[in-house]
Design a protein around this ligand. Structure first.
Ligand SMILES: Cc1cc2nc3c(=O)[nH]c(=O)nc-3n(C[C@H](O)[C@H](O)[C@H](O)COP(=O)(O)OP(=O)(O)OC[C@H]3O[C@@H](n4cnc5c(N)ncnc54)[C@H](O)[C@@H]3O)c2cc1C
Length: 175
């Protein structure tokens, strides 16, 4: 149940709710009118015993160590396909780049697809629902969640608790 006075979910009562659902926001009835576009990315998890790299390598793709000889390699960028279908084309595209970066043998352990929560104007979507002052959104991190999430989360927290204004550039009220 949601109203401006009370918020309750499965017996949990709260003053506020913040939806941080990534691309799945498209199914959220409070916020699904916002222009979340979505950009599919494919990733390979590879194992290479010989590589022994502790550094994150950034070339045409990222190659990031995960421990136990595993590395995160990717990613592709696809605007039109919104499915989580893995593709041979995506796998080959990443493998071609891996082979340009490393000379060591490797095996592909996993092939993953995700949808990045990209926005039409390429800016984050944070703020409060226009009709419910206790329903909030933290989304639209696009391709740079690692960089943007800490500061944007703080801005949203200060907005909710301190009633500070959000910068217009990231406020969902721009739509
Ligand atoms: C292929 C790929 C490459 C990327 N490369 C980079 C990069 O190089 N640099 C960078 O900074 N970032 C990168 N990212 C991160 C990305 O671009 C996003 O910005 C970031 O993941 C967004 O974080 P988020 O928490 O908003 O959403 P997500 O990471 O999508 O997390 C949302 C979570 O909420 C869960 N969820 C959704 N709905 C519900 C619900 N109703 N109930 C409970 N749980 C729910 C989902 O299962 C998911 O775990 C990459 C992402 C992908 C997919």
């Amino acid at each position: 149940m949601i109203s401006n006075l009370q918020l309750e979910y499965r017996g949990i009562k709260a003053k506020h709710i913040v939806f941080c659902e990534g691309y799945q926001m498209v199914d959220n009835p409070f916020f699904n009118s916002l222009p979340l576009v979505g950009s599919k990315g494919e990733i390979l998890i590879i194992r290479s015993k010989k590589l022994q790299s502790k550094a994150i390598i950034k070339a045409s793709i990222f190659l990031a160590p995960m421990g136990e000889d595993l590395y995160w390699a990717g990613a592709t960028f696809e605007r039109n396909d919104k499915t989580l279908q893995k593709t041979t084309k995506g796998r080959e595209w990443i493998e071609e780049r891996i082979q340009k970066i490393i000379a060591s043998d490797y095996e592909v352990v996993e092939h993953i697809t995700e949808i990045r929560p990209t926005v039409m104007d390429r800016r984050p979507l944070i703020g409060t629902h226009p009709d419910y002052n206790n329903v909030h959104l933290l989304n639209g991190f696009g391709t740079r969640g690692v960089l943007g999430a800490p500061l944007l989360s703080k801005w949203l927290f200060d907005h909710i608790e301190g009633e500070c204004e959000l910068p217009e550039a990231v406020n969902l009220s721009r739509f």
